[in-house]
Each structure stands twice: as C-alpha cells, then as structure tokens.
Design a protein. Structure first.
Length: 202
C-alpha cells in the first residue's frame, strides 16, 4: 500500500511538471523576432528600440505585454509591432509609445495581408511632426481580414496620422472584410488625421 502511494505521488508530480512545461510561456525581455508557431510570448519588462521592436514572423502567436510598455522608433523611423502575411495573431495588455517628434512612417501596429488579428487592451501614445505629414498611424491594417480591436485606447497627435487605417492591398486583397471595434477609444488630434480611415488612401 505504501509503495503504491509513493509511486502515485511520483507520477502525479511528473505529470504536473510535464503539464507546466508544455503550457509555459516564452519569456521575452527585449525587442525581438517572434518566430515560433503556436507560442505565447510574455513580456517581462519595459522594452525600447531605436527603430523596429517586435516582428511577428509566424502564425498562431500571442504577444502578452503583461501591462509593460514598448518604446519604439526612438532614434530612427520604425514600427512597434509588425506582422506580415500571418493568421491568428493576438496582441494584448501592452502600452506602445513613440514619443520622438521627428519620426515619420512609424505606426504602432502594422499588419500586411493577414487574417484573424486580435488586438485587445492596448494603449498608445504616438507623436511625430505636427507641421508636416507624419503617417504615424496607430493600427494600420493593410489587406488584413477578420480583425478586432477591443478594450483599447489609440491616440495619435502627429499630422496625417490616423488612429486606425484600413487599406485594401490592391493586388492580392482588393477588399478588407470582417473588421470590428469594440469598447475602444480612438483619438487623433493632428491635422488631416482621422480616428478611423477606411480606404486605400493615406
């Protein structure tokens, strides 16, 4: 009886260790490429980059910011999070900041030809030139279908820098469908900027 209990306890502990191993997040502490499919990346601290920060290069990825901040384009033009031709990507619980007054063409999140992008509980502070065209968009969905922004605050202050831009990708994706915004605030205070711009123009 006692031997059976010991064996049971050992097997139970091994199963707990195994379950923890297969379900554990991948911890990140700096700007990097997120390359592993079916992975939850968990940010452990505030991170900063001179230009680009997170580059998502695989499908079925979750980036959990855990309430930390991403500072990007601090010296050169760049992007906070870039996704190209990927599906089932979730970005959540992150504050994204671009506070350099001279940076241009530096959107917070840029997704090209993707599907099923879920952006939830993010907040942004996006600056840039106020007297010339900046194109520092909040979220730029370029030919990306079935996307949702929820429980987020997206704020842009530069000229011609809309909070959310939805652009058809003319060659492969002439129409963008399935876009939703829920329980979110969009704010654009720069001249010739929109809170939500849905077309193929700037």
């Amino acid at each position: 009886m006692g031997k059976n209990i010991i064996i049971f306890v050992i097997l139970f502990l091994i199963s707990l260790i195994f379950m923890n191993f297969i379900s554990s997040d991948t911890l990140i502490t700096s700007c990097t490429n997120l390359t592993s499919v079916n992975t939850i990346y968990s940010l452990q601290n505030n991170v900063s980059s001179d230009s680009y920060c997170m580059n998502i290069t695989a499908s079925n990825i979750t980036l959990n910011g855990n309430g930390y901040s991403i500072f990007y384009a601090q010296d050169l033009n760049g992007r906070g999070i870039e996704i190209s031709q990927k599906e089932n990507v979730t970005i959540k619980n992150i504050k994204l900041i671009m506070n350099k007054s001279t940076s241009t063409s530096s959107p917070v999140i840029y997704s090209f030809n993707g599907t099923n992008l879920n952006i939830t509980n993010i907040s942004t502070i996006i600056q840039g030139p106020t007297l010339s065209n900046a194109f520092n968009y909040g979220v730029n969905l370029d030919g990306t279908n079935n996307s949702i922004i929820s429980m987020s605050f997206i704020n842009t202050t530069a000229q011609r820098s809309s909070a959310v831009v939805i652009s058809p990708e003319t060659n492969n994706n002439p129409l963008v469908s399935g876009f939703r915004i829920r329980d979110s605030r969009l704010w654009s205070s720069g001249t010739t900027s929109d809170t939500l711009k849905i077309d193929g123009s700037n």
